[in-house]
Design a protein around this ligand. Structure first.
Ligand SMILES: *[C@@H]1O[C@H](CO)[C@@H](O)[C@H](O)[C@H]1NC(C)=O
Ligand SMILES: *[C@@H]1O[C@H](CO)[C@@H](O)[C@H](O)[C@H]1NC(C)=O
Ligand SMILES: *[C@@H]1O[C@H](CO)[C@@H](O)[C@H](O)[C@H]1NC(C)=O
Ligand SMILES: *[C@@H]1O[C@H](CO)[C@@H](O)[C@H](O)[C@H]1NC(C)=O
Ligand SMILES: *[C@@H]1O[C@H](CO)[C@@H](O)[C@H](O)[C@H]1NC(C)=O
Ligand SMILES: *[C@@H]1O[C@H](CO)[C@@H](O)[C@H](O)[C@H]1NC(C)=O
Length: 667
C-alpha cells in the first residue's frame, strides 16, 4: 500500500545518502537477516530488542519471543528503524515513553499479545506513523487521547480485542486514516460523531461486535468509504438514510443481525455497490423501494429470513446480477409475478428450500440466460404448462421434494438444452393426468437423473411403481376424459393442502400413515340389512385425506396393518334398486373397495384384489425387479386360469346345445 511505497522510498533515500560502512555489525543471534534491510528474530531467548542491528536495518520483526515488556530504552539507538513489530510474545506492558526513542517509526505492530491497557499518550511521539496494529490483544478501553496528533496514520487495526465503547473523539484528527478495523470486539454503541474526521476512510470493519442500532448521521462524513462490514452484530434497527452519504461504497455487509425491517430506500445512492448482504436477519418484510441503481451487483443472497414474500421490484435495479440465491426462507410462500423481470444476465437462480406452493405462469418469462434453476424442497403443488417456456438456456433444474402430483406433458418441451432434471420425492399420482409427462420421462431417461426414484404415490395399486415404467396402453381408459392437469390454480384446494407438508420437510422421517381412500358411493337405498352408514367425504376432497401425515419416503420395510371392513353396503339382497350404486369412473379413481385401510408403514410392494366385498391386500417385502416380474407372472397365471375355466364352461354349454339339437333331430 501507500505506506509500503513510502517506506521503500525512504529506504532508497537512506541507501543513497549513506554510503555503505565497513563496520557493519553481524546478524544478531536468534535472528535471520536474509532479506535486505530486514531482521527477523524469534525464540524464547529473546527478551529485548537485539543490542545492535546490521546497518540499514529498517525493519525489525520479533515473533514468538519472550519479550513481555517494551522498556523505555528498548528502541533506543535504532535511529534508522522504520518498521517495528513484536508479535506472539505475551507482551503485557509498553513503557509510557518507549517510542520517544524512535519517533521516526512508520509502522508499529504489536499484534497477538497480552496487552490489556496502554499508557494514554504512548504513541504521541510517533508524529509520522502510518500504521498501528494492536489486533489480538485484551484491550478493553483506550484513552480518548490515545491517537491524538497522528495525522499521518493510514491504518489502525484494533481487531480481536475487548473494546466495549470507543471513547468519544478518539479518532478525531486522524484525517488521513484509510483503514479502520474494529472487528471482533464487544462494541455496543458508537458515540456520537465518532467518525467525523475520517473523510478519507476507505474501509471500516465493525463485524462481530454487539452493536444494537445504527443511529442517524453516524457515517455521514465517510464519503470515501468503499467497504463497510457490519455483519454479526445485534443490529435491530437502522436509522433511515444512515448509508446515504456512502456514495462510493462497494461492499456492505449486514448479515447476521436482528433486523426485522429495513427502512425505505436504505440502499439508494450506492451506484458502485457490488456486494450487499442482508441474509440471516429475521426480516418480516421489505419495503417497496429498497435498492437503488446498483448495476455492478453480480451475486445476491437472501436466505434465513422470516420473509413470507418479497416486493415485486426488489431486484429490479440489480440489472447485472449473474447469480441470485433466495433460499432457505422457510416462510417464503409466494413470489410476485414480475419479481425476476429485469435480470437479463442471470445465470443461476436458486429458490430451493423455501415454502413456495405455486408460481405465476410468467414468473420466469424473461430469464432467458438462466442455466441453473433450483426449485427443490418447496411445497409446489402444480406448475403451469408454459412456465419454463422461455428458459431456453436451461441446463439443470431441480424439482425434488415438492408436492407435485403431475406435470403438463409438454412442460419441458422448450428446454432443449436441459441435461439434468430431478423429479423424485414428489407424491406422483399415476392416474390419467400423468400419462403425457410419464411418456416424456420414459423418452428422456438421460435427462431425468433420478429417474429410478420418481415413484408413483397413488393410486394404491401403483404405489412405488416407477413413473417411467407406465406405458401408454395402460391409459387406454383415459381417452375422452380430462387428461390435463389444471393450470395455475391458486388456492382452489386450500382445505386439503394448506396444511400438508407445511412443516419443514428436510428431515422426513418415516411416520405411520393413514390412507383412507373412501369410494364416493351413494348409500344403497333399501334393505336395512347391512347398511353400515359409511360416512363419505364430498367428492372433491376424496383424493387425499390427511395427506399431511403422509411420509415422503417409502424406503424401509416395515410391518403393515390392514383393517379391511365390509366395504359396500351389500345391496345384493335388494332387488331392483341397483342403479343407485354409482361406481367412480375407472380412470380417475381406482375402484378400491375399502372403507378403512390402515397402513402403518409402507412396504415395498403392495398388491390387492377384492372379492365379495372383502379386500385382500398383501405385500412383498422387496423391491427387486425379479419380484415384480414374479408377481406379474403370477397374475398372468391367474388370468390364464380364469380364461381356461370360462372356455371350458363355454365348451360345455356348446356341447349341451349340440346334444339338445341332436336329440331333437333323432326325435
Ligand atoms: C509467529 O509466531 C506464531 C506463534 O509461534 C506463529 O504461529 C506464526 O506463524 C509466526 N509468524 C511469522 C510471520 O513467523
Ligand atoms: C495527510 O497526508 C498528506 C499526504 O498524503 C499530508 O500532506 C497531510 O499533511 C496529511 N494530513 C495530516 C493532517 O497530517
Ligand atoms: C432504482 O434506482 C433508481 C435510482 O436509484 C430509483 O429512482 C428507483 O426508484 C429504483 N427502483 C426501485 C424499484 O427501487
Ligand atoms: C423468525 O423465524 C425463526 C425460526 O423460523 C423464529 O424462531 C423467530 O422467532 C422468527 N422471528 C420473528 C421476528 O418472527
Ligand atoms: C416468453 O417471451 C415472450 C417474449 O418476450 C413473451 O411474450 C411470452 O409471454 C413469454 N412466455 C412466457 C410463458 O412467459
Ligand atoms: C445461451 O447460452 C449460449 C452459450 O452458452 C450463449 O452464447 C447465449 O448468449 C445464451 N443466451 C442468452 C439469452 O443468454
Amino acid at each position: 500500500m501507500d505506506s509500503y511505497v513510502r517506506g521503500s522510498l525512504w529506504t532508497t533515500l537512506l541507501f543513497l545518502t549513506f554510503p555503505p560502512l565497513h563496520s557493519n555489525p553481524a546478524c544478531p543471534t536468534s535472528c535471520l537477516c536474509d532479506s535486505p534491510g530486514e531482521v527477523r528474530c524469534g525464540g524464547y531467548t529473546i527478551t529485548d530488542t537485539p543490542p545492535s542491528l546490521p546497518l540499514h536495518t529498517y525493519t525489525l520483526k520479533l515473533n514468538d519471543t519472550n519479550m513481555n515488556i517494551i522498556k523505555e530504552q528498548s528502541l533506543a539507538h535504532q535511529d534508522l528503524l522504520l518498521r517495528f513489530s513484536l508479535t506472539h510474545s505475551h507482551l503485557h506492558t509498553v513503557h509510557a515513553r518507549a517510542f520517544l526513542a524512535a519517533p521516526q517509526l512508520k509502522s508499529v505492530k504489536l499484534s497477538s499479545n497480552d496487552l490489556s491497557t496502554l499508557p494514554a499518550q504512548v504513541f504521541s511521539p510517533l508524529t509520522t506513523v502510518e500504521e498501528i496494529y494492536l489486533d489480538g490483544n485484551q484491550l478493553e478501553t483506550l484513552a480518548p487521547e490515545m491517537f491524538e496528533g497522528l495525522g499521518d496514520l493510514l491504518v489502525l487495526d484494533l481487531t480481536r480485542n475487548k473494546l466495549t465503547s470507543p471513547a468519544a473523539g478518539i479518532f478525531d484528527g486522524l484525517t488521513n486514516l484509510t483503514i479502520l478495523n474494529l472487528g471482533r470486539n464487544n462494541i455496543k454503541k458508537f458515540p456520537k460523531n465518532l467518525f467525523r474526521s475520517l473523510s478519507k476512510l476507505r474501509l471500516l470493519r465493525v463485524y462481530n461486535n454487539e452493536l444494537e442500532s445504527l443511529e442517524e448521521g453516524v457515517f455521514d462524513e465517510l464519503v470515501n468509504l468503499e467497504e463497510l462490514t457490519l455483519h454479526g452484530n445485534q443490529i435491530g434497527s437502522l436509522a433511515p438514510r444512515v448509508f446515504w452519504s456512502l456514495a462510493k461504497l462497494r461492499t456492505l455487509t449486514l448479515s447476521g443481525n436482528r433486523l426485522q425491517a429495513v427502512p425505505h430506500k436504505s440502499f439508494y445512492n450506492m451506484p458502485e455497490l457490488s456486494k450487499l448482504t442482508i441474509y440471516k436477519n429475521p426480516l418480516l418484510s421489505l419495503p417497496n423501494e429498497l435498492m437503488g441503481h446498483m448495476p455492478d451487483m453480480r451475486e445476491f443472497y437472501l436466505f434465513s429470513t422470516n420473509l413470507t414474500t418479497v416486493p415485486g421490484n426488489l431486484f429490479a435495479n440489480m440489472s447485472g446480477l449473474l447469480r441470485l440465491n433466495v433460499h432457505l426462507n422457510v416462510r417464503l410462500r409466494e413470489l410476485p409475478p414480475d419479481v425476476f423481470c429485469c435480470l437479463p444476465h442471470l445465470q443461476k437462480l436458486s429458490l430451493r428450500n423455501n415454502n413456495l406452493d405455486n408460481l405465476h405462469p410468467h414468473i420466469f418469462s424473461s430469464l432467458t440466460a438462466v442455466n441453473i434453476l433450483l426449485l427443490n424442497d418447496n411445497s409446489l403443488r402444480s406448475l403451469p404448462g408454459d412456465i419454463f417456456q422461455n428458459l431456453t438456456n436451461l441446463t439443470a433444474m431441480d424439482l425434488r421434494n415438492n408436492n407435485l402430483k403431475s406435470l403438463p406433458g409438454d412442460i419441458f418441451s422448450s428446454n432443449t438444452a436441459l441435461k439434468a432434471l430431478t423429479l423424485s420425492e414428489n407424491p406422483w399420482d399415476c392416474n390419467c393426468p400423468i400419462r403425457d409427462i410419464a411418456r416424456w420421462i420414459r423418452n428422456n431417461p438421460h435427462v431425468v437423473v433420478d429417474i429410478d426414484d420418481v415413484l408413483c404415490h397413488s393410486p394404491l395399486y401403483h404405489m412405488l411403481r416407477k413413473v417411467s415404467s407406465l406405458q401408454d396402453d395402460e391409459f387406454t381408459n383415459c381417452d375422452g376424459r380430462t387428461t390435463q392437469t389444471p393450470l395455475y390454480e391458486p388456492e382452489k384446494t386450500t382445505h386439503e393442502s394448506t396444511t400438508s407438508y407445511s412443516t419443514p420437510r428436510m428431515h422426513t422421517s418415516l411416520q405411520p400413515m393413514d390412507v383412507i381412500p373412501t369410494t364416493p358411493l351413494s348409500k344403497t337405498t333399501s334393505s336395512g340389512a347391512t347398511t353400515r352408514s359409511v360416512s363419505l367425504p364430498p367428492a372433491s376432497t376424496r383424493k387425499q385425506v390427511r395427506s399431511s401425515s403422509t411420509p415422503r419416503r417409502h424406503k424401509s420395510l416395515l410391518p403393515l396393518h390392514v383393517i379391511p371392513t365390509t366395504p359396500l353396503s351389500k345391496s345384493t339382497s335388494s332387488k331392483a334398486t341397483t342403479p343407485s350404486v354409482s361406481l367412480p369412473p375407472a380412470s380417475t379413481a381406482p375402484t378400491i373397495l375399502l372403507d378403512i385401510l390402515l397402513i402403518e408403514q409402507v412396504p415395498e410392494y403392495v398388491h390387492h384384489n377384492h372379492h365379495r366385498g372383502w379386500v385382500y391386500v398383501w405385500f412383498l417385502p422387496s423391491d427387486t425387479d425379479l419380484l415384480g416380474f414374479l408377481t406379474f407372472f403370477y397374475i398372468l397365471l391367474l388370468v390364464a386360469g380364469l380364461l381356461l375355466v370360462l372356455a371350458a364352461m363355454y365348451g360345455m354349454h356348446r356341447l349341451g346345445v349340440a346334444l339338445e339339437a341332436l336329440k331333437a333331430g333323432c326325435a
